[in-house]
Design a protein around this ligand. Structure first.
Ligand code: NAP
Length: 247
């Protein structure tokens, strides 16, 4: 699989799916700059493991919901070379609740990180890619965008549906500039996000509802992301790939 020469920005690379993407890119020699917010030590471990593969990798503390932080993240990334890829992966969820019980501060926070963050990073990325002749944006959505997450987190599902619309609309805006915009919709993937939302046993509890009968691994999502970033996916844009074992 050929990757464009240049740097890939991965948001939320200190853990889970983002860390697996950083690892998969480093294994292919793609220079990568990733962000984290709270877990500096975990970020350093990811960066060290990637550096052991001989690939330039940089970890930057940057909250994707902060415009100033996002600008700084891209400025740091450019020091490794022109930005030709973005993986809009940083995302948060919240404890299970019905819509009638959800407070507005929670909805705002989910939208700030999952939607505003994705827009800010996409804007910074395509501005640079248009100047340097093209690139690829991969948005990490969720099967929740389609399933709706009733009784769990409809607000999170709605934030991911917004991400899917960003993929379709932005792809059409920038296609002529040599920029592809695509997405992945992970299903039940074994990462910390479930414990962070107060339900560490979620994958084990629900995995029988997956046609393939198991939860997925972060590396399985990362492989789809890496393919979408590569020239092997050169005619794929404005679409989102389910990586969910059929669920
Ligand atoms: P995770 O293990 O909880 O990791 C989240 C990552 O995002 C961490 O690196 C975290 O940084 C970072 N992050 C959180 N808030 C941020 C912010 N405001 N600015 C920058 N970075 C931020 O999550 P994951 O399961 O790997 O999820 C990755 C993406 O996949 C998310 O968009 C999620 O919605 C989506 N997804 C996951 C699943 C699943 O089952 N796991 C399913 C569907 C979709 P720190 O480590 O510093 O906190």
């Amino acid at each position: 699989m050929q990757h464009a020469q240049g740097t890939v920005v991965v948001t939320g690379g200190s853990r889970g799916i983002g860390a697996a993407v950083v690892q998969a890119l480093a294994a292919r020699g793609v220079p990568t700059c990733f962000s984290y917010v709270t877990r500096r030590e975990a970020a350093e471990v990811v960066a060290e493991q990637a550096a052991e593969l001989g690939t330039p990798v940089k970890a930057v503390r940057a909250d994707v919901s902060s415009e100033a932080d996002v600008r700084r993240l891209f400025a740091e990334a450019e020091q490794l070379g022109p930005v030709t890829g973005l993986v809009n992966n940083a995302g948060v969820n919240a404890p299970q609740a019905r819509v009638v019980d959800i407070d507005v501060a929670r909805v705002r926070r989910l939208m700030e990180v999952n939607v505003v963050g994705a827009f800010l990073c996409a804007r910074e990325a395509v501005t640079r890619m248009a100047r340097s002749g093209g690139g690829v944006v991969v948005n990490v959505s969720s099967r929740a965008a389609v399933l709706g997450s009733a009784g769990e987190y409809v607000d999170y599902a709605a934030s991911k549906a917004a991400v899917d619309a960003l993929t379709v609309g932005l792809a059409r805006e920038v296609a002529e500039q040599g920029i592809r915009v695509v997405g992945v919709r992970p299903g039940l993937i074994r990462t910390d996000i479930h414990a962070s939302a107060g339900d560490p046993g979620r994958v084990e509890r629900l995995q029988r509802s997956v046609p393939m009968g198991r939860g997925g691994e972060a590396s399985e999502v990362a492989e789809a992301v890496v393919w979408l970033l590569s020239d092997a996916a050169s005619y794929v844009t404005g679409t989102t790939l389910d990586v969910s074992g059929g669920r």
